[in-house]
Design a protein around this ligand. Sequence first.
Ligand SMILES: NC(=O)c1ccc[n+]([C@@H]2O[C@H](COP(=O)([O-])OP(=O)(O)OC[C@H]3O[C@@H](n4cnc5c(N)ncnc54)[C@H](O)[C@@H]3O)[C@@H](O)[C@H]2O)c1
Length: 326
Amino acid sequence: MLKVGLIGCGFMGTMHANCYNALDGVELTAVADIRPEKAEQLADGAQIYCDGKELIENADVDVIDICLPTYLHAEYTMLAMDKVKYVFVEKPVTLTVEESEQLKAKQAETGAFVQIGQVIRFWDEYVALYDMVRSGKYGRVVNANFRRISPSPDWGWNNWLHDTKLSGGAAQDLHIHDVDYVLSLFGEPKSVSSVRNIIGEENSYVNTFMQYDTCVVTVEGTWDLPASHPFEATFRVVFEDAVVENAGGRFMLYTTDGAEEIKIEKKDLTVSGGTSGNISSLGGYFNELCYFTECAKNGTAVEKATLADAATSLKFLLTKELKSNA
Ligand SMILES: NC(=O)c1ccc[n+]([C@@H]2O[C@H](COP(=O)([O-])OP(=O)(O)OC[C@H]3O[C@@H](n4cnc5c(N)ncnc54)[C@H](O)[C@@H]3O)[C@@H](O)[C@H]2O)c1
C-alpha cells in the first residue's frame, strides 16, 4: 500500500483526497492543514498535522502531495524532496522563476521525482487532441484557440487567490493551464504577444497570441465572471483536413464528410469537490494522480508534467509573455 501525505486540505486538497480514495493500492495516511477542521474533514483515519512542516518531519509516508497556496509551494517542496522520493505539487509550480530554478537544483541534488498539477495534460479530450496532432491524421494544425473562463474564485483561504503577490492572478493561476498545454503541443512560438486587463492590482483577463511557423494559436483566460456563469474550458483546433472542437460538453470532429461526436470512454467517477469550487468531475485529476502513484509504486521516473516542464511554462509566462506586453 502506497502511503500518501497530503498538505493543504482546501479546494484542491479535497479533490486530491477524493482521487486517492478512488485509487487502488493507495492510502491517505497523513493530512495537514493549519485549519484543523479542514484536515479533519479529509482524515478518515489518517494522522492529522496542524502544519505542513510537521507532516514532513514526522509522518511515515512514501509520497507527499502539496496543495498549498502557490506562494508556499517552493518552501514546502524543498523540504518534501529531502523526505521522500516522489513529490506532487499543484500548479503553478512556484510564484517566481527563481524559485522553480532552485527546485530544479534541489531535485538534481536529491534525485527526487516531482510532478506538477498541470492537469490538462491528463484531461481526456486534451490527451486525445495531443495524439491527433502527433499522429498527423488530419494534416497539420493551421490555427487553434484555447479558452478557460471562470467565475471569480471565492474559496481560497484568506482570499489568497485575489492577492496577485501570492497567486500571480488569473495569468499565473488559470491561464497557465492552456499556455503549458500549447507549449507541450507545439513548443515555443517564434513570437508571442499578450494583453491583460488589470483591475486594481489584479490581472483578471488575459489573451495571448502565439505565432508558429505554420500555425497561429490564441489563448484566452479570465476569472472575472459572476458566480452565475459556468466554468468553461474549451478548444477549437483547425487542421488541414478537419476541425476538432471541445465545447458545450461535446467533443466534435468536423470534416468534409460531415460532423461526428468523438467518443472517449470515461471512468464513472464524480464528486462535489467539497467546497464552492467549480469542478464537478475527478477527470484529469484522477488520471494525473493515477499516473503519479503508479510511478511511485513501480519506482519509475515521472516523465509527464514534470518539474522541468512546469518551470519552462512558468518562465515562458513570466518572461516572454510579460515582456511582449511591456
Ligand atoms: N489544478 C487545478 O485545476 C487547480 C485548481 C484550483 C487550485 N489549484 C492550485 O492548488 C493550490 C491550492 O489551491 P486551493 O484552491 O486548494 O486553495 P485553498 O485556499 O482552498 O486551500 C489551501 C489550503 O492550505 C491550507 N494551508 C495554508 N498554509 C498551510 C500550512 N503552512 N500548512 C498546512 N496547510 C496550510 C489552508 O488552510 C487551506 O485549507 C494552488 O497552488 C492552486 O493554484 C489547482
